[in-house]
Write a protein that binds this ligand. Sequence first.
Ligand SMILES: [Zn+2]
Length: 272
Amino acid sequence: MKARGVVLAMALSLVMGMQSFAATEIGLNLNWKYAGNSKINTGKAVLYTSDVKEPKHITIAVNAGHGTKGGEKQRTLCHPDGTRKLTGGTNAAGVTTASAVSSGMTFQDGTREATVTLQMAHILGKKLLAEGYDVLMIRSEEDVQLDNIARTVLANNKADAHIALHWDATTKDKGAFFMSVPDGLKRMEPVASNWQNHEKLGDSLISGLKGQGVKIFGKGRMDMDLTQTSYSTIPSVDIELGDKVSDHGEKTLNNLADGLVKGINIYYGFSS
Ligand SMILES: [Zn+2]
């Protein structure tokens, strides 16, 4: 099994054009906190280690949103304590369970969101490694059998910050924003101990994107009760990089990735 993992990780690093970076497959340890709440957890994330001269020794979990076959057939607890969801989204407000992973939207040109988030994850991962960050790629291929809880718990235990990449389901090209924690959740753990870091990271990413000339929606945030932030014990953000009608060509994705790298540097106090 170990040999197969190494071969697979090498193949993945070739896909990502990151032959020179060491890659290790990492699965979910069911003893980790909240891991028992996940339902789809047999997939593996891949940890890439930066080989620049002065690595930062900071690991960023890059989570390409969606892309889990069967993810909508399973339901998981929205909150670790089983309380009701405060805001609607893919799943209605008031429910206690949500799709383990939703399948995501389809762009107006027919491209699936999951395809674009994966492409974006590869571009961002490469730039982060070049910048000296280590990268935990939650999903490296079309499908990973890790639900939103499993993805979050892996990031909690193997990364220093967690960035989930998404595009929104509106058709306005309204701009980028991050999903901030609703006030009603700020007393529930682990949100209570972490929401300020989520906001600081979210605001930093928005500043970085602004610096690249990316259009920002309103103040760059929208309150949303997400499984990701409800289970995160590290700085954690769901960033929506546009919507169904936004351009997602390679040039745009590169610019968005540069903005995100800038934002991460801002968060950690590095000037880029
Ligand atoms: Zn999405």
